[in-house]
Design a protein around this ligand. Structure first.
Ligand code: ADP
Length: 636
């Protein structure tokens, strides 16, 4: 962990604009309506005060001048009707704008979700992508940097541009109207007008420049803040997360982290780094910005009052010009601040784009896997070797194997011997570094990826279930065949529990989405995951340690039903509990990334080698009791 206060790098203005435009393009694709309503609502909302200011000015001018009751009534009606119409319109579009902006969080997550779903697994699984993803999360949790800030900038820019446009429209005559009092004639001089405008503009730019300078101190030290936030959320998750809570209670782990928060190095403390910045240069620039903006306001009042005194316009227009010019110059300040923020956000958008730009390098073929009614798919590993990306070590070395269609293959070996890697290559989550894998004699890379994936149902060791109804977990979709889902759950050994659930397949798993959801044990979860694999009904079923979390009775139950469960499918079954592999037709023994032995249990157990060694090592733990299984007996 690194808690150094690092300086952020400055991005050039054109690069920042390019990144912001690209972010808007990405967001537009995700939700165009949100942009449309932001523009319409932004314009109406910014125009509303100007319309009121203008009509009020006409009313006051009339009141201070001719006082014609008919004209006064007319202005009153205009003020009321225009305000009412604009208010209604503004409320209507505000509703639509808010409706879509509440969904921005989902839209942004969907952008990342789609990218991850589309990404080659080799990238999803890589440390580099994990680091980028974590950085994007931290950036957005810290100050909304990244796509959220780009979206926010768009909204702000619409408001600001409308504000500036309205301000220019209503204050232009402040500079062009002529005074009638000769003592003030100097104010009509075009150079004086331009000079005064330039002075006010200069003050406005100076104020926003100081404010940007102050924000710059924060931006340059974001990394320090992000690190503290990370510590903070880690600490709270540590004690709140029920899975960690057990360990924390037993070992008092929270004590190890408390010191982080008592550290004098914490930049958020009263005397911490950010407080020092606030008391020092950052605070000074903020104060200077506030002083200059007050000076600007004073300057506007002076100019407007001087021109009114000089007879350039009536008293009613004073409110109009003060209101419009203040909004105009405030708008200019805000525009500069927004551009500064977009520039600060640019480096965070670089990180977002580095994720979105990850190419799909995995070759995607176009051959169809021809859905065979007889499910006779032959798979062959031909001299396959594999190294994980970034690793120097071969996880698999010269693997040669042919799957016998409809047979049960057990893959056994010690931890780290390459069993799971073998399955990952079989499912084309990775491509071999050397050699090839063939499906019905053709390199699997030449098939359409989605069709090839359809051939496999896998229950990985670290499978995940969702906090959704049980039936949806089994079918992996909202609308499903209830009878089939029930049948699969029964086959997987979850039948008794299912019949005890009042809501049956509609019972929510866990309590995240429903308070009356059920918690399932590790073994029950494994049965549901097995049912999910069965529901997919693929020609290959692969079970990676499917009984690791089961008690011996449930394990025996699964084995006894195994033949019935897999039916005519080709089954691959990974385990390091050798007693559970005896019902398989073939056993491949992995050691150090290689298949060192291949054969049936009876052949291998009587032969000197790794299988016998593992068998003998485990035999002492098997109980004497034997349970019947289809085609033999099984010891538990
Ligand atoms: P098994 O399933 O037999 O326990 P694995 O196939 O998971 O073994 O692992 C085989 C080897 O590959 C091990 O040395 C393991 O450390 C390594 N390995 C597994 N996954 C990765 C990965 N994502 N990146 C790098 N090395 C890995």
């Amino acid at each position: 962990m690194n808690n150094k206060k690092e300086k952020g790098t400055k991005t050039s203005f054109p690069k920042a604009m390019k990144n912001t435009l690209r972010a808007w393009k990405v967001l537009w694709k995700a939700c165009p309506q949100r942009f449309i309503y932001a523009v319409v609502y932004g314009i109406i909302d910014s125009a509303t005060p100007y319309v009121a200011i203008w009509f009020s000015a006409q009313f006051i001018n009339e009141l201070a001048g001719a006082r014609d009751p008919h004209t006064l009534w007319m202005w009153v009606i205009w003020i009321l009707s225009s305000s009412a119409v604009l208010f209604l319109l503004s409320s209507f579009f505000q509703h639509l704008y808010q409706k879509y902006s509440y969904g921005t969080i989902l839209d942004v997550y969907k952008i990342f979700q789609d990218k991850f779903l589309d990404m080659d697994f080799v990238d999803v699984d890589s440390q580099r992508v994990y680091d980028i993803k974590s950085q994007i999360e931290q950036d957005s949790n810290f100050r909304g940097f990244g796509l959220f800030m780009a979206m926010h900038s768009f909204d702000s820019l619409i408001w600001i541009i409308s504000k500036i446009a309205g301000g220019i429209g209503l204050s232009i005559s402040l500079f062009t109207s002529k005074v009638t009092n000769p003592s003030f004639v100097v104010l009509d001089n075009p150079f004086v007008c331009i000079g005064l405008f330039a002075l006010l503009l200069g003050l406005s730019l100076l104020s926003s420049g100081c404010s940007n300078k102050a924000i710059g101190y924060l931006n340059r030290n974001n990394d320090a803040g992000k690190f503290e936030n990370r510590k903070f959320s880690f600490y709270f998750k540590l004690v709140e997360d029920k899975h960690r809570a057990l360990d924390s209670r037993i070992y008092g782990q929270e004590r190890s982290f408390r010191s982080f928060f008592c550290s004098d190095d914490d930049p958020f403390r009263v005397n911490g780094y950010f407080a020092k910045l606030a008391k020092g240069p950052m605070g000074a620039f903020q104060a200077l910005s506030a002083v200059i903006s007050r000076l600007l306001l004073g300057g506007i009042y002076l100019l407007v009052c001087a021109k009114a005194w000089g007879g350039a316009f009536g008293v009613g227009s004073v409110t109009q010009y003060v209101g419009a010019s203040t909004a105009l110059f405030a708008g200019i300040s805000e525009l500069i601040e927004q551009l500064g923020l977009a520039r600060a956000n640019s480096q965070y958008l670089d990180v977002v784009f580095s994720l979105l730009d990850i190419p799909n390098d995995m070759y995607q073929g176009s051959l169809t896997t021809e859905k065979r009614a007889d499910r006779r798919y032959n798979v062959e590993f031909r001299d396959v070797s594999f190294k994980y990306p970034g690793s120097e070590r071969f996880a698999l070395r010269h693997v040669n194997m042919k799957f016998q269609v409809g047979k049960r293959l057990a893959v056994v070996g010690m931890n780290g011997s390459g069993k799971t890697t073998f399955i990952k290559l079989l499912c084309r989550l990775y491509d071999p570094t050397e050699g090839e894998i063939l499906l019905n004699g053709i390199d699997i890379r030449k098939y359409r990826y989605d069709e090839y994936m359809d051939l496999f149902s896998v229950v990985f060791q670290d499978f995940k279930l969702f906090a959704l109804p049980l039936g949806q977990n089994v079918a992996s979709c909202e609308k499903y065949d209830s009878a089939r889902a029930t049948d699969c759950l029964e086959k997987a050994g979850f039948g008794d529990r299912l019949s005890s659930l009042p809501k049956g397949l509609d019972t929510y798993l866990y309590k995240k989405m429903e308070t009356d959801g059920i918690d399932v044990s590790g073994g029950e979860a494994q049965k549901i995951a097995t049912a999910r694999a069965l529901y997919k009904d693929s020609p290959f079923i692969i079970l990676d340690e499917p009984t690791a979390a089961l008690d011996p009775i449930a394990e025996a139950e699964i084995y006894s039903k195994f033949n019935g469960i897999v039916g005519d499918k080709t089954a691959v079954y990974i385990s390091h509990r050798l007693s559970s592999c005896r019902f398989c037709d073939e056993i491949a023994v992995f050691d150090n990334g290689q298949v060192v032995q291949y054969g049936s249990h009876d052949e291998l157990v009587g032969r000197c080698g790794k299988y016998q060694e593992l068998w003998n090592a485990q035999a002492q733990y098997y109980a004497k009791k034997e349970v019947p299984v289809e085609g033999g007996v099984e010891a538990v």
